[in-house]
Design a protein around this ligand. Structure first.
Ligand SMILES: Cc1ncc(COP(=O)(O)O)c(C=O)c1O
Length: 387
C-alpha cells in the first residue's frame, strides 16, 4: 500500500540506528562505549525528580490546558525573557512534550506547500523532516569549519529570496557545537526583515556554553521578537530527556495556532512533568553550572585526544556537548569510518553525513560521558586507525 508523499521521505535518526546496532553488539557480548547519544549522562537533578514524584502523589495526573499549566507558562516567560533580555508574556509561551513539537507545529502553522525554508547543514535531522512533512522546500545552508561552524553567509544570501518563508538557526549547534556570533545574527536578521521571513531559533543548548560565553538570541535584536519562534526545553539543561518537556516562545497569534495543533494531537503534556519543570525553572540552578563545568572539562580532554590521532583534527566546540572532528585526513568516508570504529573499536559514534551532505568528512562524538569512558574510547579509536 503506498504511503502519502508527506511521509514517504521520512527516515530514522542516525543516533537511533547506531544505538540499535550497538545494542546488538552488546547483546553478543561486546563492550561498547556509547558516544552516539545526545543526552546528558547526569541523573535528573534531585530537587526536580522529587517535585515530579510529589506531584504524582498529590494527584497531579490529569489533563492540563494544551499549551501548559498557567503557573509554568508564567515561570518560563519570566525566566526565559530575563535570560535573553526581552519581555515575554505568558501567552507567548507554549509548553509541549519536548522541544521537538515546538519545531514541528510552528512549521506546520507557517509553511505552505512550495514555500522555501532555510536550514543548517550539517543540522538536526528533524529540521528537514518537518519541512518536507509541511510540503515546504528544504534549502540547506552549509555550516563551515572555517567559520567556526556558523552559517556560510555568502551561501545564505544567495539562497534567501522572497519565497523564503522560514529561516531555521541553531546555536549552539547540534552536531557541530558551533555558536553563531552576534554579527552573523544581525546579518541573518536583516535578511529576514528584507524578505519578510520568519525565524525559528533552536536554542535548546543555549545554557550549555563554555569559557564564560553567553549565547545571544536573535529574538533580542530590535524588531526580531515579532518574527521569531524560540525553541527551548528541559531535556538538555536539566538532564530531563525522558520526562518530555519543552517550550516555544512566539508571537501570541502563532502561539494560539500552535495551541490548537497541540489540542488536536498530543492533547496536553504530562501534568506531573510540568510540576517537575516548574521546580527546574524556579528552583536552584547550581547543578546546571556544575554540569556545564564538567562538560567543559570533558570537551578539553576529548578535543586534545582527537587532535593527537593521525588523520583527525578537531576544533574546540563553544557549546552543546558534541565534538565534530574533521576526518578527511584518514581518507575514509564518514559512514565507513563510523562503522569501522563501532565494529572494530567498540565505540558508537555518528557519521557527520547523518546530519546532511555538508556533514561528510566529519564524525560526531557526544562527550556527555565519563572521562574514563572518553579516554578509553580515544585509545580504542587511535588503535584502530593506526593499525
Ligand atoms: C538541536 C536540537 N533541537 C531540538 C532537540 C529536541 O529535544 P527534545 O525534544 O528532547 O526537547 C534536540 C535533541 O536532541 C536537538 O539536538
Amino acid at each position: 500500500m503506498p504511503y502519502t508523499t508527506r511521509t514517504q521521505h521520512l527516515k530514522p535518526e542516525g543516533a537511533y540506528q547506531v544505538l540499535a546496532r550497538a545494542n546488538q553488539l552488546e547483546a553478543a557480548g561486546n563492550e561498547i562505549i556509547h558516544l552516539e547519544i545526545g543526552q546528558p549522562d547526569y541523573a535528573t537533578f534531585e530537587n526536580i525528580s522529587r517535585a515530579g514524584i510529589e506531584a504524582i502523589h498529590a494527584g497531579h495526573t490529569r489533563y492540563t490546558p494544551p499549551a501548559g499549566m498557567t503557573s509554568l507558562r508564567i515561570a518560563i516567560a519570566e525566566d526565559s525573557g530575563h535570560r535573553r533580555g526581552i519581555h515575554v508574556d505568558p501567552d507567548e509561551v507554549v509548553v509541549g512534550p519536548g522541544g521537538k513539537p515546538q519545531l514541528f507545529f510552528p512549521t506546520l502553522a507557517l509553511v505552505e506547500p512550495g514555500d522555501e525554508v532555510i536550514y543548517p547543514d550539517p543540522g538536526f535531522p528533524t529540521y528537514e523532516a518537518m519541512i518536507r512533512v509541511a510540503g515546504g522546500v528544504p534549502v540547506a545552508v552549509p555550516l563551515l569549519e572555517k567559520n567556526n561552524f556558523s552559517f556560510d553567509l555568502e551561501a545564505f544570501d544567495r539562497l534567501t529570496n522572497e519565497r523564503t518563508r522560514l529561516i531555521i538557526i541553531n546555536s549552539p549547534s547540534n552536531p557541530t557545537g558551533g555558536v553563531i556570533p552576534p554579527g552573523d545574527l544581525e546579518h541573518i536578521a536583516a535578511q529576514a526583515e528584507r524578505f519578510d521571513s520568519w525565524i525559528m531559533s533552536d536554542e535548546i543548548y543555549t545554557r550549555i556554553a563554555y569559557d564564560g560565553l553567553r549565547v545571544s538570541s536573535i529574538a533580542s535584536l530590535p524588531g526580531m521578537k515579532e518574527r521569531t519562534i524560540i525553541v527551548d526545553g528541559f531535556s538538555k539543561t536539566y538532564s530531563m530527556t525522558g520526562w518530555r518537556l519543552g517550550f516555544g516562545i512566539m508571537p501570541r497569534e502563532l502561539a494560539a495556532r500552535v495551541d490548537l495543533l497541540l489540542t488536536h494531537s498530543i492533547g496536553s503534556t504530562a501534568h506531573f512533568t510540568q510540576y517537575a519543570g516548574l521546580e527546574a525553572v524556579t528552583g536552584p540552578q547550581d547543578m546546571v553550572e556544575v554540569m556545564v563545568a564538567e562538560f567543559q572539562r570533558r570537551r578539553d580532554i576529548i578535543v586534545a585526544g582527537l587532535n593527537d590521532i593521525p588523520g583527525i583534527s578537531c576544533q574546540k566546540p563553544q557549546g552543546a556537548f558534541y565534538a565534530f572532528p574533521n576526518i578527511t585526513g584518514t581518507g575514509t568516508k564518514s559512514g565507513d569510518l563510523a562503522n569501522l570504529i563501532l565494529e572494530k573499536a567498540g565505540v558508537a559514534l555518528l557519521p557527520g553525513s547523518s546530519f546532511g551532505k555538508y556533514g561528510e568528512g566529519y564524525l560526531r562524538l557526544s562527550y556527555a560521558n565519563s572521562v574514563e569512558n572518553i579516554e578509553k574510547a580515544l585509545e580504542k579509536i587511535e588503535a584502530v586507525l593506526t593499525r
